[in-house]
Design a protein around this ligand. Structure first.
Ligand code: PLP
Length: 397
């Protein structure tokens, strides 16, 4: 008999985006002339920066010549990219990250999911609610459904999760947050780092939206907090930064002083475990893609990325300001993030407001309830669209 991983049977159905698709298709069939504006998806709309395209063309040519062809690359990533990361993303912000603490990958989704490979089976895991579903589902797949603790993030606590009650072993934090678009200040994040140091827990810090931060007091990296290197792993992605959602490149920082413990108290270096995990199950991100990512750090690349981020941030500001001026009282995020989290009007739930926006305004949103029970009563709107569409959508509301 073939024994299947029964934990998969404990997953909630991935109903959110299929249900959105179904309702949008029904609306389209009934209203074939409606100009639908999609503000639900978390995918970028602008093309790759020119600097990345040029770097990729050059790398493709290298692959076509025996003298410059590359086969298997280093599993952890090419040095040319890792050095740029250590320098531009960390050293210039006063943080020392060694090259052997950076692991290039094909996406923060893969890494935030695969990281469960290096966690003990009996870990108690805390996640925020609402939450990026990957953290929850990958832990359920690994048999930890009963070991997940939810930290609500609502308007009442200003979307700042309370510290876990008692001991938890692992805490997933994503800031700027998907879906709420909200952030933590240095002091708020420091409380989590101090908790992790005291409780010997591990923080998995997802900074996929770091590029959108412009507020002074919002940390770009968890390593800005003193002591964080001993308790935190950080995930970064080029997906939203530079339009790499289809090109696929990201990286994970696992500091050498970040230590986990066996049930007998024996110490394990998470850097060594992750290195072993990656070298065993992953053969590296394509050379061509890593050259594209490297180009982001060139002078022209940095400028082009800045323009892309500014474009989306302008859209987010348009959404925020329009909703506030139209009398919506609960409008959150959208300042250091491409996501705006909107309280549904009195008497409407997430799906009710989703249906209203779709049927009356031909606007697609994402119902907050799809991200967890604390997301009920909210919808998420995204800035990943043209400014023209964003303005038109706001005029329709
Ligand atoms: N982490 C968060 C919080 C996200 O919202 C996303 C994508 O939407 C990802 C990670 C995935 O990033 P990547 O495209 O690098 O896999």
């Amino acid at each position: 008999m073939i024994i299947a991983n029964e934990n998969f049977g404990k997953l909630a159905s991935s109903y959110l985006f299929s249900e959105i698709g179904k309702r949008v298709n029904e609306f389209k069939n009934e209203n074939p002339d409606a100009k639908i504006i999609r503000m639900g998806i978390g995918d970028v709309t602008l093309p790759l920066p020119k600097a990345c395209i040029e770097a990729m063309h050059k790398a493709v040519d290298e692959m076509g010549s025996a003298s410059t062809f590359r086969g298997y690359g280093p599993e952890r990533g090419y040095d040319f990219l890792i050095r740029k990361i250590c320098d531009y993303d960390y050293r210039r912000h006063g943080i020392k990250i060694d090259t052997d603490e950076v692991f290039i990958s094909d996406g923060a989704k893969s890494d935030t999911g695969n990281i469960t490979d290096i966690l003990g089976h009996d870990c108690i895991v805390a996640v925020t609610d609402p939450v990026y579903p990957v953290y929850v589902d990958t832990n359920i797949m690994a048999g930890r459904k009963e070991g997940i603790v939810y930290l609500p993030c609502t308007a009442e606590n200003n979307f700042v999760p309370e510290l876990p009650v008692g001991d938890v072993d692992v805490i997933y934090l994503c800031f700027p947050n998907n879906p709420t678009g909200t952030t933590l200040t240095h002091d708020q994040l420091k409380k989590f780092v101090d908790y992790a140091i005291e409780h010997k827990s591990l923080i998995l810090f997802d900074a996929a939206y770091e590029a959108f931060i412009s507020s002074e007091d919002v940390p770009h990296s968890i390593y800005e907090i003193s002591g964080a290197k001993s308790v935190a792993i950080e995930f970064r992605s080029y997906s939203k930064t530079a339009g790499f959602t289809g090109t696929r490149c990201s990286y994970t920082v696992v500091p050498k002083e970040c230590i986990g413990y066996g049930l007998d108290g024996k110490e394990y270096s998470f850097n060594e475990l992750w290195n072993r995990r990656q070298c065993t199950k992953f053969n590296g991100t394509p050379y061509i893609v890593q050259r594209a990512a490297e180009a982001i750090y060139s002078e022209s690349g940095r400028e082009q990325v800045r323009q892309i981020i500014d474009y989306y941030k302008t859209n987010a500001t348009i959404i925020r300001n329009a909703l506030i001026s139209k009398g919506y009282t609960g409008v959150y995020g959208g300042v250091d993030s491409p996501y705006v989290w909107v309280k549904t009007p009195e008497g409407t739930d997430s799906w009710g407001f989703f249906d209203y926006l779709l049927k009356e305004k031909a606007i697609v949103s994402t119902p907050g309830a799809g991200f967890g029970s604390s997301g009920e009563g909210y919808i998420r709107l995204t800035a990943f669209n043209t400014t023209e569409n964003t303005v038109e959508a706001m005029n329709r509301i």
